[in-house]
Design a protein around this ligand. Structure first.
Ligand code: EPU
Length: 433
């Protein structure tokens, strides 16, 4: 198993570039299924969630050509619906977008129940409710989700989301793009990746309005065509580097970003005493000699403070002066990283969805693990701020969502390296075969 080794307590300074947004990329690559043609998708981040997604597409019959490191041509003309292999689908959460996309194009799909990071329960009732509202029959059985439209195809309807959910909003958009009539999604999620998916689909001939608000209207069209499309920058990757700059008392110019997407993060950093400057496609975060001060944070759906920044923010709250609270408004259990931070010296109490951080921690390097993707990013930030050597294990979680994070951070002064550790245990050796 590979690991990341950091010798910390060095400020990060310089320019760092942000890659394409993971959560847009995984929606759009499955969205290409609806186009029945060739799409060229640019700015796809080079991360394992994208390669896994492309592998799933290939396994159901898509022809994929890599044109550059981050540009792929995807031809979905000859897809066979319902043929995605169980084990591949289980590897990633967003694989369930194949359901909406195949249902939208073929009126049928069958796919394994998806995997992904474990934050407590991850129900899919709202996805199923949406598919059923469009007239599909959905059966969950034996680890599979089987969805079928009637012979007349899907029919538009109004769908009210009982909770604000990114995944269900995306899946219903995908299913409704070609349904007869106008589908209305109320209480829809407003995340930038939903806007990005709608922009991609509209460029391919769909008729979607209201993406980015809580009411999305999808007027069914008969056909979508191939298109060239570039994914927007990843707001969570950008936010991760913003926090890393503040945590190391550095000075980072973070470019290829959309500053508007980062407003909730910028606002909290400024409240804590960091300086955030906005440019057209960049933000600069600097930290003066003054200590960062305590703050209360609550994670919420966009445009609130993102849940996917909870662990990274948790690290900063350990370093700030005073007692801070971090309240999780999206997931049941997003504080599994706290145990790892404790082993580096953090003083945190978790009670359900609220964590209280006693600030002023001086982190000391330790052997920790990435319990999930964003928790792994938090361990990197803690390691960068810590005195001594930090070793992060189980970094496959980090590789799911951060392109070249080790070399990007090395480029701005971090003493960080990726180490390949040959497998010694029988179990690991078996897994590798
Ligand atoms: N929910 C339901 N029923 C559903 C679906 C969701 O009750 O049918 C609940 C969930 O339990 C949760 C809330 O709704 O409490 C929000 O879940 P959502 O559906 O928005 O999450 P998701 O689509 O599974 C995406 C991101 C996550 C991110 C969340 C929230 C992707 C591939 N994943 O997940 O990103 O945390 O939205 O913003 O887009 C990450 O990138 O590290 C990550 C985990």
């Amino acid at each position: 198993m590979d690991k990341i080794v950091i010798n910390g307590a060095k400020p990060l300074c310089g320019k760092i570039e942000v890659s394409g947004m993971k959560n847009s990329a995984v929606a759009i690559i499955f969205g290409t299924i609806l186009t029945e043609g060739k799409c060229v998708i640019e700015n796809l981040p080079n991360i394992s969630d994208v390669t896994d997604g492309l592998e799933i597409l290939q396994s159901v019959g898509a022809v994929i050509r890599q044109l550059t490191k981050t540009t792929f041509e995807i031809d979905t003309t000859r897809i066979i619906p319902g043929s995605a292999p169980f084990d591949l689908v289980r590897k990633m959460r967003a694989s369930y977008y194949i359901l909406g996309a195949e249902l939208g194009r073929f009126g049928k799909s069958k796919s394994a129940y998806p995997g992904g990071c474990d934050f407590g329960g991850r129900p899919i009732d709202q996805h199923i409710k949406g598919f059923e509202a469009l007239g599909a029959n959905v059966v969950v059985e034996g680890g599979y989700i089987d969805a079928n439209a009637t012979p007349n195809g899907l029919v538009a309807n109004s769908v009210y989301m009982d909770v604000v959910t990114v995944g269900a909003t995306i899946n219903i958009i995908l299913a409704a793009v070609k349904a007869k009539g106008t589908t209305i999604i109320e209480n829809a999620a407003r995340e930038p990746h939903i806007v990005d998916l709608a922009s991609f689909l509209n460029a391919a001939g769909a008729s979607i309005s209201g993406a980015g608000t809580d009411v999305i209207k999808i007027k069914g069209v008969s056909k979508l065509h191939g298109v060239n499309y570039a994914i927007v920058p990843d707001m969570i990757e950008a936010g991760t580097y913003m926090i890393a700059a503040a945590a190391t008392r550095g000075d980072l110019y973070i470019h290829n970003v959309i500053p508007k997407h980062l407003e909730s993060i910028s606002a909290k950093l400024e409240e804590m005493g960091a300086i955030v400057e906005e440019f057209d496609d960049a933000v600069r975060v600097t930290c003066s000699e003054r200590p960062l001060t305590r703050v209360n944070v609550k994670t919420l759906p966009y445009p609130g403070f993102p849940t996917d920044m909870n662990p990274q923010m948790g690290v900063l709250l350990c370093l700030a002066k005073g007692t801070s609270t971090l309240s999780e408004g999206v997931w049941e259990n997003r504080f599994k990283y706290v145990d790892e931070l404790r082993s580096m010296g953090a003083n945190v109490n978790v009670d359900g969805r609220i964590a209280v951080f006693e600030g002023g921690t001086v982190f000391s390097g330790a052997v920790v693990k990435a319990v999930d993707l964003r928790a792994g990013a938090a361990m990197i930030i803690a390691g960068l701020a810590a005195h001594g050597k930090t070793e992060i294990e189980e970094i496959q979680h980090i590789q799911r969502g951060y392109e070249d994070i080790v070399s990007k951070l090395r480029g701005v002064g971090a003493d960080i390296k990726l180490i390949s550790v040959p497998s010694t245990s029988m179990i690991d050796a078996k897994k590798a075969n």
